[in-house]
Design a binder for this molecule. Structure first.
Ligand code: IPE
Ligand code: IPE
Ligand code: MG
Length: 244
């Protein structure tokens, strides 16, 4: 029987190289990447995956040329507007996670609208990481805890005990289960400051396929690999298989 991961996250990489190979501007790669997003969202819903999250733009990506940043932001505004009716039709709950203070008012408004509209949907959870970095997330969570400690001191009470479960609630991903499977396209095998805390026990799958070429069959291959993995969480293989 194949094991279906509860949460799959994807580092969507290789748009620029895809475009360059075709002699096109990098923005064409990003544009074609939206087709892949549509395909994986549909596939995740069909497979009964609970959470699909996509790394769309990192904090470090703000250091790209202004032209590319502007193009990407415009593309996101257009894509959210164009895809919202389909998300609603398919009962998908849409959320964006990241340092949103850096986004334009127009984009923030679009995100807010679709988040609100899809809030009650109880099918696939689609999470887009935008202006996100793992270190930013850990720092903002630490800041929140520092605040809790100060508040407790003022009130002569004690701050909540700092456990992994409690720290989870301070992260921007609070309420979202940790990814079971992380897919990265384009042949790169690094985390690029993505989910640092949340991937502690995630299975990794790397493929050379460039993101704009990634389709349902590629996603299926990743799921097949995941299905064959034995997740041990520090225990022995025998313990996992109840032989011990
Ligand atoms: C991923 O593709 C999209 C973003 C990071 C925004 P890239 O734009 O990184 O494409 P490559 O890695 O340069 O080919
Ligand atoms: C990671 O891709 C970020 C996203 C896919 C959004 P990058 O292309 O920015 O990563 P590096 O710079 O190659 O590590
Ligand atoms: Mg890249």
């Amino acid at each position: 029987m194949s094991k279906i991961p509860r949460h799959v996250t994807i580092i969507m990489d290789g748009n620029g190289r895809w475009a360059r190979k075709k002699g096109l501007d990098r923005l064409y790669g990003h544009k074609e990447g939206v087709e892949s997003v549509r395909a994986v969202t549909e596939f995740a819903a069909e497979q009964g995956i609970g959470f699909l999250s996509l790394f769309a733009f990192s904090e470090e990506n703000w250091n790209r040329p202004n032209y590319e940043i502007m193009g990407l932001m415009e593309l996101m505004i257009d894509a959210i507007a164009a895809e919202t009716p389909t998300l609603m039709k398919n009962n998908v709950r849409f959320r964006v996670v990241g340092n949103l203070s850096k986004l334009s008012d127009t984009l923030k408004a679009k995100i807010g609208q679709t988040e609100k509209l899809s809030e009650q949907n109880n099918g696939l959870n689609l999470i887009v990481f935008l202006s996100y970095s793992g270190k930013w997330d850990l720092l903002q969570a630490t800041g929140k805890y520092a605040h809790e400690v100060l508040k407790a001191k003022e009130n002569n009470t004690s701050a909540p005990e700092l456990t992994p479960d409690y720290f989870d609630t301070l992260l921007s991903t609070s309420g979202i289960p940790d990814p079971d499977l992380l897919i990265r396209t384009s042949g790169e095998q690094r985390i690029s400051n993505y989910l640092l805390w949340q991937t502690a026990y995630t299975e990794f799958y790397f493929t050379d396929v460039l993101w704009p070429d990634f389709r349902k069959n590629d996603f299926q291959k990743a799921l097949d690999h995941f299905s064959e993995r034995e997740r041990r969480f520090g225990k022995t293989g025998d313990q996992i298989n109840n032989l011990n």
